[in-house]
Design a protein. Structure first.
Length: 395
């Protein structure tokens, strides 16, 4: 037997965390790493946050799971909180980001099909990442995710990101929706322009299409507002949220307006675990901390400081770095070559965790509650890492 017990779909590395303390992770061998990956934008309160930990402990002892066969005071309470703080009128809870996008796709199709229209096609954008289910890989043009899994699900059309004219030209008689990340995450931390997001909203209104936002990565305070769409002065019809939503507890949500959700009636969709009391307790604890202007202002100012430090620093290494982009504490550093080797170097030789992304970029996604001392330590480790880095010969 040569296959590993963990299905070998990830290239696992030698850093094997067993404990977390705030913005730090401690490996099996006792080594410590500054966690500016935060589980890929998940652990937004860091590790072992007392309020989140206590909420989960208390709920585990009270009631973890029942089923969506019964009434859900916990689900109603958190859905109400999302409705009060976002564009949405109604929420379906999932266990992951991909499922939140799946539900968004189904909601958009059902919106049209429930009124006798045969519109089903969804326009998505090149280098998008929407998850790993069959529908969500079909929603992305990235061939590396398709290979070996054909045929794809029908009904997706790919257009260049941030290309409004391209999006307009792609609209046809079967078009049902646009699906877009306001900031492409996996694709390289690329924020959509203001004109693009406003333009998609206008096109959707003009043609009777649903505007679906995938805020799985950029949502939940990460971009400096509770959800990123707020910064574009528009509202979606449907939105997928996950990653930071439970602060580390696996939970996602599909949010929709009343109009957009008109096809989602009894019996049309479901999930065994979705929105169980355990998940809702984690979400409530996260919301207690992040859903207020003081916390969000802190994220913006911390993001500004981190970005300024990064921008100043990368000037010292023009052969390695090109620039910084992103919003709030969702930042990407563009490199002159593929970023994966540099990310591994920072992790293995300097105790610093970041995340590689597409377009020669690495992601800087710290917990949202870091302070100035974490930024100082981060910049020290990054500087040491850049100074000791041997660029791959191929670059
Ligand atoms: C991570 C991610 C997903 C998928 O989330 P999973 O929880 O891994 O299923 C979908 N969309 C975006 C933008 C993401 O970053």
């Amino acid at each position: 037997m040569s296959i590993t017990p963990l299905m070998p779909v990830y290239p696992r590395c030698g850093f094997r965390p067993v404990r977390g303390e705030g913005a730090w992770l401690i490996s099996e061998d006792g080594s410590r790493a500054l966690d500016f990956a935060a589980g890929i934008a998940v652990n937004l309160l860091g590790h072992g946050h007392p309020h989140l930990t206590k909420a989960i402990q208390d709920q585990a002892a009270t009631l973890m799971h029942v089923s969506n066969l019964y009434g859900s005071p916990q689900g109603e309470a958190f859905a109400q909180r999302l409705v009060d703080t976002t564009f949405a009128d109604t929420v379906f809870f999932t266990n992951s980001g991909a499922e939140a996008v799946e539900c968004s796709i189904k909601t958009a199709r059902a919106y049209h099909q429930s009124q006798g229209s045969d519109r089903y096609e969804i326009i998505t954008f090149k280098n998008a990442f929407h998850g790993r289910t069959m529908a969500t890989i079909s929603a992305s043009n990235q061939e590396k995710m398709h290979k070996g899994f054909l045929p794809l699900l029908e009904g997706f059309k790919y257009v260049d990101f941030d290309d409004l004219e391209g999006a307009k030209a792609a609209i046809g008689p079967k078009t049902a929706a646009f699906l877009v990340e306001p900031i492409q995450g996996e694709g390289g931390v690329r924020p959509a322009s203001d004109a693009f997001m406003k333009g998609l909203r206008a096109l959707a209104d003009e043609h009777g299409l649903m505007l679906i936002l995938d805020e799985v990565q950029c949502g939940v305070a990460r971009s400096g507002t509770l959800y990123c769409y707020e910064q574009y002065g528009i509202e979606p019809d449907i939105m997928a949220s996950a990653k930071g939503l439970g602060g580390g507890f696996p939970v996602g949500a599909c949010l929709a307006t009343e109009k957009a959700a008109r096809g989602m009636v009894v019996g049309t969709h479901g999930s065994t675990y979705g929105g169980n009391p355990f998940a809702m307790a984690a979400c409530q604890a996260v919301w207690d901390v992040v859903a207020n202007e003081e916390f969000l202002a802190q994220v913006r100012s911390t993001g500004d400081k981190l970005r300024a430090a990064l921008e100043q620093f990368i000037g010292n290494y023009p052969d390695l770095f090109i620039g910084v982009r992103g919003k709030g504490l969702m930042l990407g550093v563009m490199m002159t070559h593929e970023a994966r080797a540099f990310v591994a170097h920072l992790r293995d030789n300097h105790g610093l965790l970041t995340v590689a992304a597409g377009d020669n970029t690495f992601r800087v996604l710290p917990p949202l509650n870091i302070d100035d001392s974490h930024i100082t330590t981060f910049m020290e480790k990054l500087s040491a890492g850049a100074a000791s880095y041997q660029m791959p010969a191929a670059a």
